[in-house]
Design a protein. Structure first.
Length: 144
């Protein structure tokens, strides 16, 4: 869960993202209580990244991960790590462009933070932020 008071990020502390997202396709199967979201990301390792061996880290909160497909292959649970705030894929390709497909489920009716996809007065709504909401199905410091 995110802190109540956002952390200030200064330009002097900026580092380039380790991975770049070149294309995003999102498919939503909307439901007030059980929404399936498929994220298809065309990605590549950032040559300007500070750590050539860094894993791919995508931010996300309050998501139920259903599957991860990397370059057409379904990843097994031991090939990635899920934390309350992120999805970590240590074996993401380091050289070529690749397709990452993530299927998640979210419950908009349980989202009381009013970030990402939420239910308000029987209407599904989204809140978009410049850096992308961590409550949305895909968010990465690599979005540029």
């Amino acid at each position: 869960m995110r802190e109540a008071t956002p952390k200030t990020v200064y330009l002097k502390d900026y580092t380039p993202p380790e991975y770049l997202i070149g294309q995003v396709e999102l498919t939503f199967l909307l439901d007030e209580r059980d929404c399936q979201v498929t994220s298809r990301l065309r990605m590549q390792k950032n040559p300007a990244g500070a750590d050539a061996s860094a894993p791919l880290v995508l931010d996300g909160e309050n998501l139920k991960l259903e599957s991860v497909r990397l370059a057409g292959r379904v990843l097994q649970e031991d090939e990635y790590q899920v934390t309350p705030e992120s999805l970590i894929i240590p074996g993401a390709p380091k050289v070529e462009v690749f397709l990452l497909e993530i299927v998640t489920r979210i419950d908009p009716s349980a989202n009381t933070a009013l970030e990402g996809l939420y239910l308000s007065n029987d209407m599904l709504c989204t809140q978009c932020e410049a850096q992308a909401s961590a409550a949305s199905p895909i968010s990465s410091t690599g979005l540029t």
